[in-house]
Design a protein around this ligand. Structure first.
Ligand code: HEM
Ligand code: FMN
Length: 463
């Protein structure tokens, strides 16, 4: 460890994870969590910081053999292994105490089940909102401002919640919104989402920051096809434009060549938002020397390209060929119009689950603004929303104001954390029963029957 501690500078930077020493001098500049975090921990054992927010295969997939420098003193390594073993025991005990999956009745109960298993840091990673989390909270309360207007005396004995999402058939008007690092919650990670989506007929959004590689997920889709799974799984690959564009190109080409059905270009992460809970995990508190900047809070990690702009669309469209592109992370009418004018297939109104700009408007409020100010726009380009959707009634409110469908992010991360594939299926069944029940009580039998005459906005609710 003494030798390691001498490599504690940006241009000579070693770290230790679980007894193994790595030279990350070149890697830290491209670290998705920012280089400052790693440099601040240069020359140290970062196992406890690293483990809860990085899935198991992170080191193998991001570093090459030459960057592995050897092992630390076996005694110190034993301490680290002991901590790891304790954590494995804790998780097993928590899993044993879970209620059977079929007794979980709501997505909030699914969250509670998952959070009983996750380490504090992993729980915070999934839950985190930017700054004071006003937007994350508002994503849920936005739906409290509206009410549904049920029609009565109608035959609702036979109801179908089927629709299309990103141009693909979908059993429900919801999809799995791409969210990173599913492996933090469960050893099968994103593969649980792939299997759950294939067995229930949902579209799966694949995060560019998935813990399983795109190749692994596409292989799983192909395997499920041979397995005669009941639905043809449709996949939407989410694109992050990286500063090193060639890395993005490789991923998009693979997605396109292997037949994903849509690309979701995330537009709200030119820089990462400030999530204090995860920033604290990073172990950097800033620098108070005169003239110094505030460390990770003002740093632009090299992973996300801060230069990403509308002029990049022809490049992405060329790579996409015939595959439709949806812009994810849009908030304003002006940007929806620009997306339409650039020939995109649609927009996902979203604030990244409240993880980027705190105080940003909720997607549901953005949708209502479009509905009120420029309803024609909803006919010119497909609009989806995500953020805070936890109930079938939230889904129907979004559809009433013109959304074609809605994405759920955290609920599927939690569902797979708690119960793996079965959890994902259960989460879909919960939403299905709530959507079908709400359709019946509203007096409609098909998704295309819902419209704005079935909802109203009551006085603003301040919380
Ligand atoms: C050299 C080993 C490391 C590798 C290969 C690595 C790799 C990664 C990868 C692939 C991500 C992306 C996950 C995502 O986008 O959500 C990430 C994010 C992150 N990393 Fe690391 N990392 C390393 C070291 C560290 C260390 C030492 C720390 C802290 C002490 C750290 C803190 C973080 C944080 C906080 C994020 C989340 C960024 C965010 O979403 O806010 N990493 N890392
Ligand atoms: C832990 C976590 C990771 C996420 N990772 C990504 C990502 O890699 N790419 C992306 O476009 N959106 C990402 N999102 C945002 C989701 O796609 C979605 O916009 C958001 O979670 C919706 O809010 P909800 O969690 O309240 O459903 C992430 C969200 C969470 C909570």
């Amino acid at each position: 460890m003494e030798e390691v501690s001498r490599h504690n500078l940006a241009h000579d930077c070693w770290i230790v994870v679980d007894g193994k020493v790595y030279d990350v001098t070149h890697f830290h500049k491209n670290h998705p969590g920012g280089s400052a975090i790693i440099v601040a921990n240069a020359g140290k054992d970062v196992s406890e910081l690293f483990r809860p927010i990085h899935p198991p295969k992170t080191l193998e997939t991001n570093l090459v053999e030459d960057q592995f420098m050897g092992f630390i003193d076996p005694k110190e390594a034993a301490k680290s292994r002991e901590n790891l073993a304790k954590e494995v025991d804790r998780i097993q005990t928590a899993r044993d105490a879970l209620m059977p999956v079929e007794r979980v009745l709501s997505l909030d109960e699914m969250q509670a089940a998952a959070e009983s298993i996750l380490s504090d840091r992993s729980r915070d990673y999934y839950a985190a909102g930017a700054l004071d989390s006003y937007t994350r909270e508002a994503n849920r309360t936005a739906f409290h401002k509206c009410r549904l207007l049920p029609r009565v005396m109608r035959d609702v004995s036979s109801v179908s919640p089927q629709t299309t999402i990103f141009g693909q058939p979908s059993a429900l008007p919801i999809y799995i919104s791409p969210a990173s690092n599913a492996l933090l919650g469960h050893p099968e990670g994103e593969l649980n989402l792939t299997r759950g989506a294939a067995r229930t007929g949902l579209v799966q959004g694949i995060s560019a920051a998935s813990s399983f590689s795109l190749t692994d997920i596409l292989d799983e889709r192909d395997r499920l096809k041979e397995d005669e799974s009941p639905y043809d799984l449709a996949l939407a690959y989410q694109v992050y434009v990286q500063t090193e564009r060639s890395r993005t190109e490789v991923l998009v080409k693979e997605a396109v060549e292997r037949g994903v059905q849509a690309l979701l270009l995330t537009a709200d992460t030119n820089v990462l938002g400030c999530r204090e809970t995860t920033d604290r995990i990073k172990g950097v508190t800033g620098n108070v020397s005169p003239g110094a900047r505030m460390g990770p809070f003002t740093e632009y990690p090299a992973y996300h390209d801060a230069k990403q702009c509308w002029a990049d669309l022809p490049w992405l469209k060329r790579l996409a060929g015939d595959i439709p592109i949806y812009l994810k992370g849009v908030c304003t009418i002006e940007d929806v119009r620009l997306a339409r004018d650039h020939g995109l297939a649609g927009c996902i109104l979203s604030n990244h689950g409240g993880r980027q700009l705190d105080q940003a408007r909720t997607a549901f409020d953005s949708l209502r603004a479009i509905h009120d100010e420029d309803p024609e726009l909803l006919k010119q380009i497909d609009i989806y929303i995500d953020g805070g959707i936890r109930r079938g009634t939230d889904v129907l409110l979004a559809l009433a104001y013109g959304a074609k469908g809605v994405g759920l992010g955290r609920p599927f991360l939690w569902a797979q954390t708690a119960y793996g594939e079965q959890g994902v299926i259960r989460a879909v069944r919960i939403m299905e029963s709530e959507i079908v029940m709400a359709m019946r009580l509203l007096g409609i039998t098909r998704i295309d029957q819902i419209n704005a005459s079935m909802a109203e906005c009551i006085q603003e609710v301040w919380r």
